[in-house]
Design a protein around this ligand. Structure first.
Ligand code: ZN
Ligand code: ZN
Length: 485
């Protein structure tokens, strides 16, 4: 028994020495120092070098030579990408492009002294590109989530992704980088060649709203270009020498109003000695509002004549829309880019009111969404009906008296929209209920009232969602009325 086990130990040690001495991959030729770029519809670009040790290298044999290689399918498993959701485009240094949509486990990328190459004997031989420069991921499904979208107030028109843009007929733009001269004698002009798509035929001549992924909010004309830059899409205006980086989308002919006007209108009204109440119905798009009016589901709000369309901000989620509402600034300025940010970098309407020695109240559901210099009156679901709207309404009834400013936040409509879908009966019933609260609060208030939302909602397979650059999420109603009707 003892003898047998020691034999195994020795055998194991020999085996171990043997395997650790012979390196798993021993290419017979020298390898190029060129890198291979993985780009397109990918969160972060990846540059692969032949010496990279975080890759599962294998050895392939081609024409009696051995090469260091990696398998395409294995590679994407390693970085947690489901390769089945993508097409792949292989681009060689000389401009050849090959597109595939399956069989990724049969595609190996190997490196030799010249660079990166494809080895895929199961495919037609044209796949065997030499001197590969890039592997581009192209998402199979056109969703509006990770693309750069061109929309109007009523339709989502076009969606560009960095991967798909590789198939547009992009043109080369000589972007003037600058002019310089030495001793006033020799002058040079510097240009940068950019791959672009002109947008003049797609946008309104003078009135478009561009939003960036970092919360920028800019009004632009139509003399610019979409620029493909690796895994990002920029917008370039050569005339004004402006580049907007990493754009979420462009809204053609945007509404005059924005959710940010809640701040500015409130300031204007308070300056004119009028009190202001904001009735904030979470997750109400203009499209949903219009549908509810058509179906006679909101007898009070449906009869108001001062309904205007307004834009939310990117990203159209509660934290960002709400922060834009109470700061009057886009996310790029107020710092609330998405749901993971809570502290505005600039003053809010509550700071403004505090500075002019007036009174304000914030009536919330069960959580503080942003951390503000004002205390929120929180309301838990005491009635146990799954929503806090009835409690928020009761609190507003007893607390809005004698305030110069009141902000009343109804959450239930957004919750119902997520669960049942933007146009489901349950969701619309919720709006009917809130319409009743709005009616009673409007009757009680003396001063101006702004009724609006933070963002809209679009339908999904599971129910509803928001947070994309699409009209359903970005266009909201904006209503100003007098209290005490
Ligand atoms: Zn919301
Ligand atoms: Zn929501």
């Amino acid at each position: 028994m003892r003898k047998k086990s020691s034999f195994f130990v020795i055998a194991f040690i020999i085996l171990f020495l043997f395997t650790s001495c012979s390196k798993p991959v021993e290419p017979t030729n020298t390898i190029s120092e060129k890198s291979l770029l993985i780009t397109g519809d990918i969160e972060k670009e990846i540059e692969i070098l032949g010496e990279a040790d975080n890759i599962e290298w294998i050895e392939i044999e081609k024409d009696n030579e051995k090469y260091k290689a990696f398998n395409l399918q294995k590679f994407f498993e390693l970085i947690d990408y489901d390769s089945n959701e993508y097409h792949f485009l292989f681009i060689s240094t000389d401009g050849m492009k090959i597109k595939t949509d399956s069989g990724y486990d049969k595609i190996n990328i190997f490196i030799n002294s010249d660079g990166w190459n494809i080895f895929a004997p199961d495919f037609p031989p044209t796949i065997n590109l030499r001197d590969l420069k890039e592997i581009v991921l192209i998402k199979n499904k056109t969703d509006l989530t990770s693309s750069t979208n061109i929309i109007t107030q009523k339709a989502d028109l076009l969606a560009f992704s960095p991967g798909k843009m590789r198939f547009e007929n992009l043109t080369a733009l000589n972007y003037k980088d600058g002019v310089s001269s030495k001793n006033n004698t020799y002058t040079i002009e510097a240009y940068k060649e950019k791959l672009v798509l002109p947008l003049s035929d797609k946008l309104s001549p003078s009135n478009n709203l561009l939003m960036t992924y970092d919360g920028g909010h800019y009004y632009i004309g139509n003399q610019g270009f979409l620029e493909l830059k690796g895994n990002r899409i920029n917008y370039i205006e050569p005339e004004s020498r402006k580049i907007y980086f990493n754009i979420a989308g462009i809204l053609i002919n945007p509404p005059q109003k924005s959710v940010m006007d809640v701040y500015h209108d409130t300031v204007d009204f308070l300056e004119a000695k009028e009190n202001v109440m904001v009735l904030y119905i979470d997750g109400l798009s203009l499209a949903q509002y219009n549908e509810a009016v058509r179906d006679n589901l909101i007898p009070f709000m449906g009869k108001l004549s001062s309904v205007e369309p307004a834009t939310s901000v990117y990203k159209p989620v509660t934290n960002s829309g709400y922060a834009a509402m109470i700061t009057g600034q886009p996310p790029f300025v107020n710092g609330i880019l998405n749901r993971s940010y809570r502290e505005p970098r600039v003053d809010t309407i509550f700071d403004y009111i505090d500075n002019i020695n007036q009174t304000a109240i914030l009536i919330e559901g069960n959580t503080n969404i942003l951390s503000l210099n004002t205390e929120a009156l929180l309301n838990t679901d005491k009635s146990n009906n799954g929503y806090t709207d009835d409690e928020v309404y009761e609190a507003a009834l007893s607390q809005i008296n004698n305030q110069n400013f009141a902000l009343v936040h109804f959450h239930g409509y957004d919750d119902a929209g997520h669960t049942y879908g933007p146009y489901a009966k349950e969701t619309m019933n919720k709006l009917t209920e809130i319409d009743g609260y709005v009616k009673n609060l409007v009757e009680l208030w003396s001063g101006k009232i702004i009724i609006t939302s933070d963002h809209g909602m679009h339908a999904t397979e599971e129910g509803g969602s928001h947070g994309d650059f699409r009209y359903e999420d970005l266009i909201i109603p904006y209503i100003i009325i007098e209290g005490g009707l």
